[in-house]
Design a protein around this ligand. Sequence first.
Ligand SMILES: O=P(O)(O)OC[C@H]1O[C@](O)(COP(=O)(O)O)[C@@H](O)[C@@H]1O
Ligand SMILES: [Mg+2]
Ligand SMILES: [Mg+2]
Length: 335
Amino acid sequence: MDDQLALPVGTTLDRFIMRKQEEFPYATGELSQLLRDIALAAKIVNREINRAGLLGITGNYGQQNVQGEEQQKLDVIANIRFIRALRNGGEVCTIISEEDDHVIQTGNTEGKYIVAMDPLDGSSNIDVNVAIGTIFSVYRRTSDASGDGTLEDCLQSGARQVAAGYIIYGSSTMLVYTTGCGVNGFTYEPSLGEFFLSHPMIMTPSEGKIYSCNEGNLNSFPEGIKAYLDYCKEQNYTSRYIGSLVGDFHRNLLKGGVYIYPATAKAPNGKLRLVYECNALAMIIEQAGGMATDGTERILTKTPTELHQRSPLVIGSPEMVEKVHTFLAEKVLTA
Ligand SMILES: O=P(O)(O)OC[C@H]1O[C@](O)(COP(=O)(O)O)[C@@H](O)[C@@H]1O
Ligand SMILES: [Mg+2]
Ligand SMILES: [Mg+2]
């Protein structure tokens, strides 16, 4: 940990990865290379997002993904870019993507890692210049076998992540990630083509005054969530919701707050996907001193049974998540 603090703000991502490698039990350089591959894809996708309006790559792609959602052109482009970078990097044998029904076998049969990803998060905000993101989780194979990754390799609980992070394409582009030794944020400097350490050892405030959820679904929220939102209003908390999970999460991570996407009538298991949205952010928030649950159970202990399964999500400052639980438990008791 002390060594962690030794790296000053302004350290390049590459140098940071190199210095941290020795902290990682399997320090063979493969995970470091994988993180560099993700950073490379992020730079390319960032460039395309910034110029999307000029390149005619805004709007619908004209196809639906396995979730039944209209794919945006940038969903597909980001998916292609990350798959290509991970395949060419050679460290990843199998990829799970929001945009692909089935797992993607990269052909890197000696690759030791599995990546689960949401190539473009916040799709409804792509064309309106609101922050969007990419979310990724990294797992090791469950065995020393080579060949294609198995379904068992792809359906591991979030607690088995060896790395997790996100890229936010906002007023600046940042990469925020953890390998289990704290959370660090890097800001992209396009003119130099480099990510620089800008937010070392991020810790989220234990309590905040921001709550984030789509109250448009209020009528079908669980009673406990309705009661918690009333409590937030009584406390004069601030409501902030942009409709990009990465954007809402990032704000609350830095400022303190809670993001809630509960089960609703439209989405009885919640909307967000456990394997490539909830797990990564749960590892980040826990490493930053916060909490992530589905309203009762810790997200990281849930073992997925399907690639695209959904989960309710309550994530953020620990005292606020605890408060949500109190209201949920109370309403269950009095129901
Ligand atoms: O429009 P809603 O129901 O509030 O949902 C918004 C949520 O859905 C998402 O857009 C789902 O992610 P994708 O855009 O990757 O499909 C989240 O980013 C966001 O928090
Ligand atoms: Mg998403
Ligand atoms: Mg997405």
